[in-house]
Write a protein that binds this ligand. Structure first.
Ligand code: FDA
Length: 398
């Protein structure tokens, strides 16, 4: 006899554990299935091992989606303060690092242990590691084929996440189930990912690898693009750091990024004004504003003599030099891909889902939560907040 459950949650990551715990604590008989050997690897490696578990400033504007209003309901019903309430109840130490980003003081393991304990309070049944061979309609709901036998459930929640980091168990399971049931998908691509450049074009910048500085980066139009002021990191293959990870979610292949390497100064104007002081030389002025390796490299690349006195230089080339740093246009040729991406943009089209319950409106009983859905947060704890909020929404209604 196949075992009967009210709810089968497939994927025991952030969204799946939250959903299973909430449903279980409502008295639902829940089974939580995951194919991995190790529980919630993505939580474990997140935030450099300290899990940036939420962002105090979370709002719908911090998410990308073809349907930007969709996330509002779930985010409003389960807020960063709600998750923080849970963190405090479990006496997990945390701190704010940057722009509302909350991290564990100790380790991401604390979050995993907390969610596991919450599942325990809901008497959640575990099947892990356990491979799922398929989900189909059956008597009174769904039949889930697994390598531990068949399970029956009135509702199924797909919480198997996106495609990033296949090495730790990411699969396209959610997308396959969505298309099996005739649900539309939004095309997926890696996001929050370092960007790469054509090797030949990048040659002049290779020796800048390791330099980090605060920049302003933007791409696309006002409506569809993004703009961020964060740290950028030069790498051997291209650009990384929070500024680039953020903009990578908005960047479209074939388009350029505009990077202001000196957002605190209108450099051309400053250099021209500096001509009044006879002693100033170009190299010294720039080295006061930029990391010295970057300023020396930039001057050489643009044909300027670092020893030249400002007073001896014409306004036009000084303005050109200023513009090259205040508005550096670069065209990445790609990204480091899912191997390095923190998240996947796109996924199950939210127009197929109820924003209250995350249920597919055309397939009663079938739900999608977390990163599998076309809702992608910025860098900074927003993706976990979406996982908690969407997991809570489904867990409250199944
Ligand atoms: P998640 O990926 O957490 O869980 C999916 C689960 O489904 C996994 O346990 C997997 O094993 C299982 N699964 C997959 N396919 C299956 C199948 N076919 N059968 C059975 N089980 C299957 N976000 C943030 O807000 N703050 C942060 O600090 C970070 N840091 C970070 C660092 C790195 C390196 C990465 C890769 C990602 C982040 N993120 C992040 C993003 C965050 O980890 C991510 O958005 C959430 O974990 C998504 O939660 P889900 O529950 O949707 O998927």
């Amino acid at each position: 006899m196949a075992e009967q459950f009210d709810v089968a949650v497939i994927g025991a990551g952030a969204a799946g554990m939250m959903c299973a715990a909430v449903a279980g604590q409502r008295g639902r008989r829940v089974v939580l299935i995951d194919h991995a050997d190790k529980l919630a690897e993505k939580i474990r490696i997140s935030g450099g091992g300290r899990c940036n578990f939420t962002n105090l400033n979370t709002g719908p504007a911090n998410f990308l989606s073809q349907n930007p209003h969709f996330c509002k309901s779930a985010l409003a019903r389960y807020t960063p303060q709600d998750f923080l309430g849970l963190i405090k109840r479990y006496r997990i130490g945390y701190h704010e690092k940057h722009k509302g980003q909350l991290f564990c003081d100790n380790s991401a393991e604390d979050i995993i242990a907390m969610l596991k304990a919450e599942c325990g309070l809901g008497n959640v049944h575990w099947r892990m590691p356990c491979k799922v061979s398929g989900v189909s309609h059956g008597e009174g709901g769904f039949v889930i084929g697994t390598d531990a036998g068949e399970l029956h459930a009135a509702s199924v929640v797909i919480a198997t996440g996106g495609l990033s980091i296949p090495k730790i168990g990411a699969t396209d399971f959610a997308y396959r189930i969505a298309s099996q049931f005739g649900l539309k998908m939004i095309e997926t691509r890696p996001a929050l990912v370092p960007l790469t450049f054509d090797a030949e074009a990048w040659k002049p910048f290779v020796d800048l690898a390791g330099i980090a500085l605060e920049v302003e980066v933007s791409t696309g139009s006002k409506k569809t693009g993004g703009a961020f002021r964060e740290d950028l990191l030069f790498t051997h293959r291209g650009l990384s750091g929070p500024a680039i990870l953020q903009i990578s979610s908005f960047w479209q292949p074939g388009t350029e990024l505009t990077i202001n390497l000196l957002p605190q100064a209108a450099l051309g104007k400053q250099l021209i004004e500096g001509k009044g002081s006879v002693k100033k030389n170009l190299g010294n002025v720039l080295a006061q504003l930029l990391p010295s390796r970057l300023s020396a490299g930039w001057l050489a690349r643009n044909g300027f003599d670092a020893e030249a006195r400002l007073a001896d230089l014409q306004d036009k080339p000084l303005q050109r030099l200023g513009d090259s740093l205040n508005s550096w246009q670069v065209a990445p040729n790609g990204s480091e891909g899912y191997r390095k991406a923190e998240v996947t943009v796109g996924g199950v089209d939210t127009r197929e889902l109820s924003q209250q319950s995350m249920m597919a409106t055309r397939v009663p009983g079938l739900h999608f939560v977390g990163e599998a859905v076309d809702v992608t947060g910025w860098l900074g704890g927003y993706n976990f907040q979406w996982a908690w909020a969407s997991g809570f929404a489904a867990g409250s209604s199944v």
